[in-house]
Design a protein around this ligand. Structure first.
Ligand SMILES: Cc1cc2nc3c(=O)[nH]c(=O)nc-3n(C[C@H](O)[C@H](O)[C@H](O)COP(=O)(O)OP(=O)(O)OC[C@H]3O[C@@H](n4cnc5c(N)ncnc54)[C@H](O)[C@@H]3O)c2cc1C
Length: 384
């Protein structure tokens, strides 16, 4: 088997603190193989947890020589960091580095750094960047794949903020890429980067926390819950909110029927980027609709996504799909609600699912990327 040849090839050439798991009955092997979703999870021939960058270079070169397939894993939240017994998993979760340049404020992110880890380190330095909504998602794969977040309207997509990258190519060659060095590779990494090489590190642009609208980055987040009967009115209010070009907002509109009661409901969770005191007025139309429950909070940036920790946990059979929308239309959303209701009747467990629309403000000053890239969704403001 090629995996045996691979193991022989790397034997004695990895850092002493690198860990190689080869026994699927070992609890540590099973732990390392846990993914966000158990759908289609395979058992690899080996899992290599790298200790230093050279371990990854050695592994890629050995895989190239022995023709052994492998997949990298960072946060384990995609469906495809997964391979069968003929291949191995190259696990970066044990190699993490965050370095913020005091002068340029750029941040170097290496290995398996997760969203919350970077957000916390940046926030401690008074900075932030365009990070997404899932605390345990890997920063490098998120940025390589586009990187959509509630902060898109403020800082652009994750990939727009990549300034350079260090990449292992398929033959094991390590290259530095940016706008002048290997520019084609750099163009592709920004949006399609999960398919072009193994990225050891990226350098990202950062912003002062005040970009969120207050000196320490706190901003207003609301939560409004309505019965389904209010759907048409809520959608009409959302239509104008999402197309508002005056106020910088973002957030989620959801239809769901959470356990244990499985009562269908509509939830709106808007963010307001500006003076916190102006937020209630912006969302007054939602308040006027008489939500059954409403609340507000002003968390620090690293805590923005803490409420999503449960859905971000690993294990169980989950999947999600995402598509960009041209615009948000009440009629279409009402159709989704009808479909959801039918689904709940035929399959009550469907209440554990949600249909979510994420929007980013269309305000005129949304940052345009300085560079062209493989990410082709810069004109998409609404995702579902
Ligand atoms: C709960 C949840 C919340 C999410 N929230 C957001 C969000 O807010 N915004 C958003 O845009 N996306 C979001 N996503 C999607 C997520 O960004 C992508 O699935 C991302 O690829 C996951 O990264 P990971 O490190 O966690 O996953 P992994 O499965 O570890 O890695 C994903 C894939 O990236 C590639 N990869 C991993 N490491 C490297 C590397 N070093 N070099 C090159 N390729 C590599 C591999 O192909 C791997 O299969 C979310 C997903 C989930 C499940």
């Amino acid at each position: 088997m090629t995996i045996c040849r691979f193991l022989t090839e790397v034997s004695g050439r990895l850092a002493a603190s690198a860990t190689l798991y080869t026994d699927p009955s070992d609890p540590k092997f099973r732990e390392a193989n846990r993914r966000w979703s158990d759908i289609g999870v395979k058992t690899p021939g080996a899992i290599l947890q790298v200790a230093v960058e050279d371990d990854a270079v050695t592994a890629v070169r050995a895989a190239h020589t022995t023709h052994t397939p492998f997949v990298p894993v960072c946060g384990g939240h995609s469906a495809w960091s997964n391979i069968g017994s003929d291949g191995f998993v190259l696990d970066f979760s044990t190699l993490k580095c965050i370095e913020i340049d005091d002068r340029t404020h750029e941040v170097r992110v290496a290995g398996g750094v997760l969203m919350k880890e970077l957000s916390t380190a940046l926030s401690n330095a008074g900075r932030c960047t365009a990070l997404g909504n899932g605390n345990p998602v890997g920063v490098i794969p998120y940025c390589l794949g586009g990187g959509i977040s509630v902060a898109t309207g403020l800082m652009g997509f994750g990939c727009d903020n990549i300034l350079s990258a260090k990449v292992i190519l398929a033959d094991g060659q390590v290259v530095h890429t940016d706008v002048t060095s290997h520019p084609d590779l750099f163009w592709g990494l920004k949006g399609a980067g999960q398919h072009l090489g193994l990225v050891l590190e990226i350098k990202l642009k950062t912003y002062p926390l005040s970009i969120y609208g207050s000196p320490d980055g706190r901003h207003w987040i609301g939560n409004f819950i309505y019965p389904l009967e209010k759907a048409a009115e809520v959608c009409k209010a959302m239509e104008s909110l999402m197309s508002d070009t005056e106020n910088l907002t973002a957030g989620h509109l959801m239809v769901m029927a959470p356990p244990p009661a499985f009562n269908p409901m509509i939830m709106v969770a808007p963010h307001y980027f500006g003076d916190i005191r102006d937020a209630p007025q912006t969302f007054q139309p939602l308040q006027d609709l008489g939500p059954v429950l409403s609340s507000e909070k002003t968390p620090l940036v690293p805590n923005l996504s803490d409420h999503l920790d449960k859905p971000c946990e690993k294990g169980d059979f989950k999947s999600f799909n995402l598509a960009g929308l041209q615009d948000f239309r009440t009629d279409n959303f009402l159709e989704v609600i009808e479909t959801f209701k039918e689904l709940l009747q035929s399959c009550p467990d469907a209440g554990a699912s949600a249909y979510i629309v994420e929007w980013h403000s269309r305000a005129a000053d949304i940052p345009k990327p300085a560079l062209d890239s493989a990410w082709s969704h810069h004109d998409v403001y609404i995702w579902a």
